[in-house]
Design a protein around this ligand. Structure first.
Ligand SMILES: O=C(O)c1ccccc1NCC(=O)[C@H](O)[C@H](O)COP(=O)(O)O
Length: 212
């Protein structure tokens, strides 16, 4: 089946970057609710960015060991928010909201993806990321050849992607979606509309080139 690769751009902070991502064909935009991140947003800032999204572009709220009240406030304030858990949350922490969510997994040689999938039966997807110092957004690629297990629902390929390597990632992993943050930044935490456009164009070109 020919299947286009969905695109998530993570860690947006500026309206111009949101608009560029939407125009370039992004399917989902990540809003970071983790105060220690250079990409962190207040709820107010996140609401203003989410209000710019047209139908069928999904706002994704990224949390790292957040207090339940913080998740609840974001769910109340941003209609259609998809949750992404990127910390040490248990399956119970992720599922208590009764809402679709993405579970980030740092892929190491010993990572058992099937076990992760079994522990998160209600996750929409596993978001496969590189192990980094801290929790994510580190711009590091993990060893894609570790992905020998197929999981019973979609995966999002993440970690160190950019316009130059995303086609290889799509060919090797055949993910449902790709996710990028550092690879569309001109300096840490500062997105570039031009790099966002280049990344999306590279995904579209990879899809056009591959029989999937
Ligand atoms: O973006 C952050 O600063 C961040 C902080 C803490 C946990 C996760 C974070 N980002 C998660 C993402 O979804 C990133 O897009 C993903 O880790 C890939 O990042 P990158 O390797 O920089 O493309």
């Amino acid at each position: 089946m020919n299947q286009r690769t969905r695109i998530k751009i993570c860690g947006l902070r500026e309206a111009a970057d949101v608009d560029a991502a939407v125009e370039a064909g992004a399917d989902a935009l990540g809003l970071v609710f983790y105060a220690k991140s250079v990409r962190a947003l207040s709820l107010d800032q996140a609401c203003h960015l989410a209000e710019r999204l047209p139908p069928f572009v999904t706002p994704v709220g990224l949390f790292v060991n957040a207090a339940p009240a913080e998740v609840e406030a974001a769910l109340r304030a941003i209609p259609g928010l998809l949750l992404q858990f990127h910390g040490d949350e248990t399956p119970g922490d992720c599922e208590r909201w009764g809402r679709p969510y993405l579970r980030a997994v740092a892929v190491r040689p010993e990572t058992d993806l099937l076990d992760c999938a079994r522990r998160h039966p209600r996750a929409q997807a596993l978001l496969l990321d590189a192990p980094v110092e801290g929790y994510g957004g580190g711009g590091k690629v993990f060893d894609w050849s570790l992905l020998k297990t197929s999981v019973p629902y979609p995966v999002v390929l993440s970690g160190g992607l950019n316009a130059d390597n995303v086609a290889d990632g799509i060919r090797c992993v055949r993910p449902w979606a790709v996710d990028v943050s550092s690879g569309v930044e001109i300096s840490r935490g500062v997105k570039s509309p031009d790099l966002i456009r280049r990344f999306c164009a590279a995904v579209h070109a990879a899809d056009a080139a591959h029989t999937r």
